[in-house]
Design a protein around this ligand. Sequence first.
Ligand code: FAD
Ligand code: NAG
Ligand code: NAG
Ligand code: NAG
Ligand code: NAG
Length: 498
Amino acid sequence: MPALRLLLLLAALCPPVPGRRPQRDAPGKIAVVGGGIGGAAAAYFLRQKFGRSVRLEVLEKAAVGGRLATLEVEGAGYEAGGSVLHPLNLHMKHFVKELGLSVAPAHGSLAGIYNGEEFVFEESSWYIVNLLKLLWHYGLNPLRMYMWVEDILDKFMRIYRYQTHDYAFSSNERLLHALGGNDFIRMLNQTIDEAMQKAGFSHKFINEVVCPAMRVNYGQGVNINSFVGAVSLAGVESGLWSVKGGNKLVCTGLIYASKAEVIPGTVLSIEPKIRPRPTGDPVKLYQVTYNTTSGLTGDTYDIVVIAAPLSRKMANITFKNFDPPVPDFPNPYHQTVTTFVHGRLNTSFFGYRDPSAFHFSAIFTTENPKLFINSLGVVSPVEDVGGEGKLPLQSAIWKVFSKEVLTKEQLNLLFSSYDSVKVKKWLAYPHYSPPEKCPPIILHDKIYYLNGIERAASAMEMSAIAAKNVALLAYHQWYGNTDRIDQEDLHEKLKTEL
Ligand SMILES: Cc1cc2nc3c(=O)[nH]c(=O)nc-3n(C[C@H](O)[C@H](O)[C@H](O)COP(=O)(O)OP(=O)(O)OC[C@H]3O[C@@H](n4cnc5c(N)ncnc54)[C@H](O)[C@@H]3O)c2cc1C
Ligand SMILES: *[C@@H]1O[C@H](CO)[C@@H](O)[C@H](O)[C@H]1NC(C)=O
Ligand SMILES: *[C@@H]1O[C@H](CO)[C@@H](O)[C@H](O)[C@H]1NC(C)=O
Ligand SMILES: *[C@@H]1O[C@H](CO)[C@@H](O)[C@H](O)[C@H]1NC(C)=O
Ligand SMILES: *[C@@H]1O[C@H](CO)[C@@H](O)[C@H](O)[C@H]1NC(C)=O
């Protein structure tokens, strides 16, 4: 018995985890502003790093999920915002598995590329025919593009290794540099058009294949930066998937798993506060003021993570009494409108007099000022398990992307008949115009900002990566683990590590 007691006593005195021993108390309270995928993933990773004792609060002004949302059309839900994931989006894949959710593979569809006058490319249901058509139209450009994207993706994948080994970065540029060196930084400085021309791709290929991919994924043409351009090209590869029941289930699931409390309210301002203590150093805190249905209120936090795009038109947050002041950075977002239409396509609009000859269920477009749409395609409900089967073209649910809300006249041109129409207007992703500069991650001592990474590229996985980076960074800064922040040559260093 005494021996056992001694053992227990020793155990109590010993640090629970060997190695890195926290030198200070854990933070009391952390605020996460925004309950989209970025904020939800931040809550999840913050809990993982800081442990059970910290209080986590997610402040959300609208609905958890943010830009991941479903819209109901005739009794079924459809993805209205962020919809498809790449097979190598490893954080998103991990979340889905961890939360016990299921994957819905993307439906196969026959695609056509329309230039406003005619189809410049028409996919066939025969693989070999497509291959020959591609070769005939574009030579080796498609294959070379695949390799070009693969090379970028290979480097991009290094982030998972760094994050598994607990390394964090204090700026978005440093993070990108650690993945792909100066090449990646340069990608923010040139358009996808310039980058691909330099790499020897043909004008025809860039206009007819690359441009439509930019338009469907980012509502913009080939003048967007080449990093987001490459992300967009990866977004048209095979093996794409989404979450059964809706991608936003990942957000609610992560918040639940993190045991964070969701507070419905709009954050209006943040202000630094110093609270003196009778013993020891004064405590530095942040006063966060938010508006709820029962009026203005607020609370103080040790750490604040901002997981919503900062700009007057979006997360309009005032930083009060900061010295030096938290800078304003230009952060324009691009409007994209999602319209769901249950109806029959007017095939004459696309130059097909005979509707029975029209087989496309996905239509991409090239740049043409005459065109009032970016893309349209047949979609299936989020509850649908996907997989096999052609979607019925007669009276299907079409999802249309456009810059502006479609007028009645425009809908009457696109559809020969339709019943329900559902519209969602988004400030969807940054309006890209290289040279692109990412906003800082550290806005003040312990205020961290996730969405600056969107200026490099906006995607669900990018927000998840930024969330893990911020959780690691906040943790290392709190405990003074400077050896895990902004390490150079990580790729070389980790080669020798297991
Ligand atoms: C139409 C469309 C299609 C897309 N397609 C894809 C795709 O196929 N694949 C892909 O990976 N990505 C896609 N994206 C991009 C992807 O949806 C976003 O990159 C991602 O969802 C951003 O998540 P986030 O959490 O960083 O931001 P958000 O989802 O915007 O979350 C921010 C949250 O903060 C809340 N908030 C804002 N201000 C305040 C405040 N002051 N106080 C409290 N709360 C506040 C908001 O209500 C919101 O819920 C698409 C986006 C759109 C709009
Ligand atoms: C990118 O452009 C910015 C602004 O024009 C410039 O300051 C920076 O040096 C450029 N970086 C690279 C790697 O070319
Ligand atoms: C707070 O919200 C209410 C409605 O919910 C609104 O009337 C009021 O103007 C808001 N206050 C501020 C300061 O934004
Ligand atoms: C942003 O907030 C400030 C201060 O609360 C307010 O004066 C301004 O009108 C807001 N801007 C927008 C576009 O809502
Ligand atoms: C279909 O498109 C054609 C060509 O743009 C147009 O003339 C016609 O009015 C449209 N509507 C219907 C119902 O055919």
